[in-house]
Design a protein around this ligand. Structure first.
Ligand SMILES: NC(=O)c1ccc[n+]([C@@H]2O[C@H](COP(=O)([O-])OP(=O)(O)OC[C@H]3O[C@@H](n4cnc5c(N)ncnc54)[C@H](OP(=O)(O)O)[C@@H]3O)[C@@H](O)[C@H]2O)c1
Length: 332
């Protein structure tokens, strides 16, 4: 596997997003399938694993910690706090809380669930706008000094917030949604990452399945699938977005790769600081996705890809208005 860097950590060019092994896109896979997938990824050279306190309200960290514990020294473990499940009157609820106490508590919970004494990369999952970013990052910097975290990251932040945070403690990585159909990081964040030496970890790099060309029927999505709440996946917008796939799939054909591989190869071509973390529950998809590291795209094909799918022709917002309020990233 080709290597890239997050601060002083050598990581494979493609990491594994572990979220959908416990959460997000309908019913998670049976435990045996999830365990096998994690170990297969490791066998194939994937050593960067991305989880969060939020995913399955702790279940994803518990899974990753249990399965990868025997291999702890070989992997780069990335998790997130500042947004987690909190027990309420109606059961567990997702709460954004960036106060220093909450971050310390989240970190201790993550360490316990991950069965480790140090997390290699810990992101602030969302900036809690009621808390100065300096305070949240300051708490994370204390945890680095205490030896509990190795590096600090942020998720879904603007370039301005990244700069403020970086003035408190070096920010090793920003994790943002980035793919052909979500170009927000190109407004200003990408340039700030390049300037500060911060890795740009691209989440949902396959556009949550859209860019694989295999998701044709959004009406059939599970009732609990989080894409149901995202405007781009609503029937009227998705029908328009599906029309863009013909030209896109023709380009994949020309490049000699699958649509999923093309989406990942496009991201890898954006720069050495970009690290996609596709998620999958299936062995065949995992292997297919890893094949993207060998796909070479000419400047001419990259330009035609930009014209085929981008902010200029994608229909629908990526988040609902309520969710958009929770993120800090520059919005289109
Ligand atoms: N920081 C944040 O706020 C944030 C938000 C979202 C996600 N993330 C991180 O980013 C990771 C990846 O993002 P994501 O899971 O949202 O989206 P993604 O990687 O863009 O897409 C995942 C979807 O694509 C499907 N898929 C994967 N490979 C495929 C292939 N080769 N062919 C056909 N379908 C394929 C998966 O289904 P199968 O299981 O059937 O393969 C799944 O439905 C997450 O696991 C998580 O770690 C972070």
């Amino acid at each position: 596997m080709k290597t890239r860097h997050i601060a002083d950590l050598a990581v494979p060019a493609l990491g594994l997003g572990c979220m959908n092994l416990s959460h997000a896109y309908g019913a998670p896979p049976p435990p045996a399938q999830a365990e096998a997938l994690l170990l297969e990824a490791l066998d194939l050279g994937v050593t960067l694993f991305d989880t969060a306190a939020l995913y399955g309200f702790g279940a994803n960290e518990t899974l990753v910690g249990r399965v990868l514990k025997p291999h702890r020294d070989r992997i780069v473990l990335a998790s997130k706090g500042g947004m987690a499940g909190v027990e309420g009157a109606d059961g567990m609820k997702r709460v954004i809380d960036g106060r220093p106490d909450a971050i310390r508590r989240n970190c201790e919970d993550s360490l316990r669930r991950l069965q480790t004494d140090r997390i290699d990369l810990y992101y602030l999952h969302r900036w809690d706008k009621s808390v100065p970013i300096e305070d949240s990052v300051g708490a994370m910097a204390d945890l680095v000094r205490a030896g509990k975290l190795r590096h600090v990251g942020l998720s879904e932040v603007s370039a301005a917030t990244l700069r403020r945070a970086h003035a408190v403690h070096p920010i090793a990585a920003v994790q943002s949604e980035y793919s052909l159909w979500t170009r927000n990081p190109e407004i200003a964040l990408d340039a700030a990452c390049r300037e500060l030496g911060t890795a740009l970890v691209a989440f949902s790099p396959l556009a949550r399945g859209y860019l694989t060309g295999t998701l044709r029927d959004v009406a059939g999505l599970d009732a609990k699938d989080i894409r149901r709440g995202m405007p781009r996946f609503h029937a009227e917008h998705y029908a328009a977005n599906l029309k863009l796939l013909g030209a896109y799939e023709a380009l994949a054909n020309e490049a000699g790769c699958s649509p999923a591989q093309l989406a990942l190869a496009w991201l890898l071509a954006r720069g050495e600081h970009v690290l996609p973390i596709p998620g999958t529950t299936r062995s065949a998809h995992l292997r297919e996705n890893l094949g993207a590291v060998d796909v070479q795209l000419t400047p001419e094909l990259l330009a035609r890809l930009d014209a085929a799918i981008g902010q200029h022709n994608v229909s629908g917002a990526r988040y609902s208005a309520a969710t958009q309020l929770e993120v800090d990233s520059e919005a289109f």
